[in-house]
Design a protein around this ligand. Sequence first.
Ligand code: C2E
Ligand code: CA
Ligand code: CA
Length: 512
Amino acid sequence: MDQPAEHIDAAVAARRIERERRARREAEALLESKALELFQASQDLRQVSEALAGRVDELEAERALTLHLARTDGLTGLLNRGAFTAALINRLEAAERSGEAVALFVIDLDRFKHLNDSLGHHAGDQLLNEIGRRLRAGALDGDVVSRLGGDEFAVIASGEGLRKRAQALTQLLTQTHTIYGRAIAPGASIGVAVFPTDATDATDLQRFADMALYRAKAAGGSRWSAFDDELRQASAARHSLETELRRAIPAGDIVPWFQPVVDASDGRITAVEVLARWNHAERGMIPPGVFVPLAEELDLIAELDGALFQTACQRAAPWVAEGLIDTVSCNVSQRELLDPSFSRNLMRRLADTDLPATALTVEITETFLVHDLSMARRHIERLASRGVRIALDDFGTGYSNLRALLQLPIHTVKLDQSLIGGVGRDPRVSKLVRAMLGAAKSLDARIVAEGVEDEAQAIFLRAAGCDRMQGYLFARPMPADDVEALMRSQAAGAEAPTDRIMAAAATLRVGR
Ligand code: C2E
Ligand code: CA
Ligand code: CA
């Protein structure tokens, strides 16, 4: 129990006071150090939060920049294709609600490739930049201007006052521009389609504007064209052709025809080229120029060529076995060379026929050189290693990167028929063809001239050193039974229609 206060003596009181004071001092010191710690911590925290805020700003700026870069075209600063598509979809959604009409102008520069090739990429870039600047300067409120890629631009605009707007754009793009002291009139073709009158979604609107653009280009360029009934009918026709093609391939309605290739020394058939024909119930024979590009676009070309290839090889196998021909040439589309399994699939299909690999020639065009060369090279090398011959088709029409070609196993070069046209008549064409022949020879390849239509051409080409020839002069493409009958009659000793020509050619020498 507590002692009464009066009994506590002074000494005890003093000690207690002293103890309490010490305790208070200690508490104060502790408090102070804690406060200091706290202060320090809050300082640190502030620094961290400041740093964090800075970093967040940085990140935000980075994100905005990335977003901007992802949405813009690096050269012109305009929206790129991806951002453009998104903007178009948004705009059409808004227009649907407001009942507004929207016009889509697609623009493609005329002769841009020529300018790029002749003045260089730097000049090309400069011009693209200038076009971007003009389009931006000429834009009205609410317009969306974009570069879709290459020399292709697009403007999303109001659907009102279409004609005036199209004319203004055409004019804007034809003004001359000076590059390296040279005045250049760029010239552009424009196609336009309108929502909702022409199309009710972004995909169709773009497709229709593109169709109008192609028409403007085909009419010579430097003009505009609007989607109309004529194009609508063409689009519908294409659509039905598309549906029918999807059905025709598995149904086997696309059949191989064969065009003889003759030996230049005697005009006798030594090979055949397989050319696809679509035997259409109502439209008759549709040439490959119509359905091959369509099949490529629809991603049906591998299926089409695969089936055709197998049928053709099987049909031609006995001709090779009997010695009527030494090789069967099949065309391969550019698209197929980009498929990693192309050569494997082809060898597998070939193995299912009686045709030996050494009797097969695969025709490819040079355009593969500008796409994925490494993939194409792998296919070409794999096929060649199995004994398949490789022919370079349409030689002389474009790229002719001889250096790159030198590294590939090319067994045959086919001189394009566009070169053959004036040969033997126009001395300059003859000179050019001789030069092309020289280039082809540097590849150590057999030379086949395509599209030989008359005697003068045949005589010249033979004397200039072509090994083989193909063309209407000798024979047109024909069904399997017909080509077989023709070959058998020749083998039985019948005179080839061109024997006389070849005899005449043999007596000529054309200087190199
Ligand atoms: P290409 O490979 O250059 O075939 C030669 C084309 O020239 C053929 O046209 C042939 O009929 C035609 N031709 C032959 N001789 C003459 C001539 O003396 N004068 C003229 N004016 N033309 C001649 P076709 O059959 O219409 O084939 C066109 C193109 O379609 C072919 O050009 C080839 O690139 C492609 N093609 C044909 N069949 C197939 C196929 O089965 N698959 C693939 N991927 N493409 C094919
Ligand atoms: Ca060919
Ligand atoms: Ca060709």
